[in-house]
Design a protein around this ligand. Structure first.
Ligand code: PSV
Ligand code: MN
Length: 427
């Protein structure tokens, strides 16, 4: 299934007048406050987020999985689904591949297909948290941290293979997330495990082309219950430092224990120029992987405040960040869920962009706590949805992407095309 510009324009027609009225009103309101509206519309329009190749099918839990039908059965179809999302939202201009779930058979053909949708290849992700068929050594007791050098060598080689695949597709970064850790006290020597992990990561880092970056993702628990080798941003940071200049920390929002101040972590890493990428999702209890902004939208806004302020005042030369959605779709249609995520991300970004940073700094310098809170909440409580819509409209997207999905019944069309029984690779 493909969506053409003409179809989107037609769909937008009867909604445009209402939208324009709302946007013009907001434009005036913001301009009166001294906000550079046109610049912000452009910044929002430029903000692109990668869709992971494993997000297009029904997710599941360890208790079960409920199929949705019409799932993409191969990488080509996954790219087509990202193409649909990008056509409607104009904000998903990249795909992030997980290897070996999505090894491209013919890299050139895959690239041509992605280009036709206006999609680039973002970070490639390695996978040493599962054993694959015919694999010589098992990762049951870890991969890059394993006590056996042969297992470590296999895991390092896998990461090198992933880099090779990424090079063919034009990717410029590798994300490493390790499940390595221990289930019971006593199982692992913490210091030795960390040292072995560091050695393995250094080998992978040395293999990367000069213009590549390494992202080291941390997570406090799961699948291991007692300890995780790369459990927090501090561990990720010291490993990144040990690897070199082009190694960075990756923040996945779900990878924090409840009530962790993620915005402070973001600020700290930006201060050191060591923030590489972001995985968006939301959670109530742990790594729930639900739609970003569905549970803690204010936290998301506070995180974007630090990102906007940190990148505007980029003393440490932090490079532009890699943005990706990393959520699981257990009960919602993944296409609709990803559209909701993209909207929530752009909205939080736009809200952060209208914060008067100079005024906020002045309030802080005077210890005017009330005013500082007022400034933040004034921005957060301004309804910027018309601005986000305008950015999408100017780029050729749909005014109401979910409305479009429903009007056309995209899932029914995909089921007709692909059948009910297809299952996407991934978790
Ligand atoms: C692990 O929980 C994670 O966040 C990593 O980014 C993985 O690559 C991804 O989820 C998919 O399992
Ligand atoms: Mn992640």
């Amino acid at each position: 299934m493909q969506i053409t510009n003409a179809e989107i324009n037609l769909f937008n027609q009867d909604k445009t007048k209402n939208h324009k009225d709302q946007f013009d009103f907001l434009h005036q309101q913001l301009t009166n406050k001294g906000v550079a509206v046109e610049k912000i519309v452009q910044q929002v329009q430029d903000f692109q987020v990668a869709i992971p190749s494993w997000a297009l099918g029904a997710g599941g839990t360890r208790f079960g999985r409920f199929s949705i039908g019409g799932e993409p059965a191969n990488l080509e179809e996954k790219i087509d689904d990202v193409g649909l999302i990008h056509a409607l939202t104009q904000s998903a201009g990249a795909i992030s591949l997980h290897i070996p779930w999505d090894i491209p058979g013919d890299a050139e053909a895959i690239m041509t297909r992605a280009q036709a949708h206006g999609i680039l290849f973002d970070a490639v992700n390695s996978n040493t948290f599962q054993d694959q068929a015919k694999q010589e050594h098992s990762y049951k007791y870890g991969s890059l941290c394993h006590v056996d050098p042969a297992v470590r060598a296999q895991a390092v080689q896998h990461n090198k293979d992933v880099i090779d695949i990424g090079v063919k597709l034009g990717s410029k970064s590798l994300t490493v997330w390790l499940a390595d850790g221990s289930v019971f006290p006593g199982q692992l020597n913490f210091q030795k495990a960390l040292a072995r992990t560091q050695g393995s990561l250094q080998e992978i880092y040395a293999y990367m082309p000069d213009d590549w970056r390494l992202f080291i993702e941390y997570k406090p628990y799961e699948p291991n219950f007692y300890s995780t080798v790369i459990q927090d941003w501090g561990t990720s940071h010291l490993l990144a430092n040990a690897c070199g200049e082009r190694a960075y920390c990756l923040v996945d929002l779900g990878h924090h224990l409840p009530n962790t101040n993620i915005e402070q972590i973001v600020a700290t890493l930006l201060w050191r120029g060591k923030l590489g990428g972001f995985h968006f999702n939301d959670s109530k209890y742990g790594d729930d992987d639900v739609t970003v902004g569905s549970i803690k939208p204010y936290q998301l806004f506070l995180i974007f405040n630090e990102l906007v302020a940190g990148m505007a005042n980029n003393h440490a030369g932090n490079p532009p960040l890699a943005w990706m959605i990393d959520a699981s779709h257990n009960v919602k249609d993944p296409i609709e869920d990803l559209i909701q995520s993209l909207e929530a991300i752009r909205l939080a970004y736009a809200q952060a962009l209208i914060i008067d940073q100079a005024q906020l700094e002045a309030a802080r310098d005077k210890n005017d706590v009330t005013l500082a809170q007022e400034i933040l909440q004034e921005a957060y409580r301004t309804d910027l949805r018309p601005l986000v819509r305008e950015a999408r409209l100017r780029a050729g997207g749909a005014l109401d992407p979910i409305g479009y999905c429903r009007a056309v019944d995209i899932r029914r069309v995909l089921i007709e095309e692909r059948g009910l029984e297809t299952v996407a690779t991934g978790l």
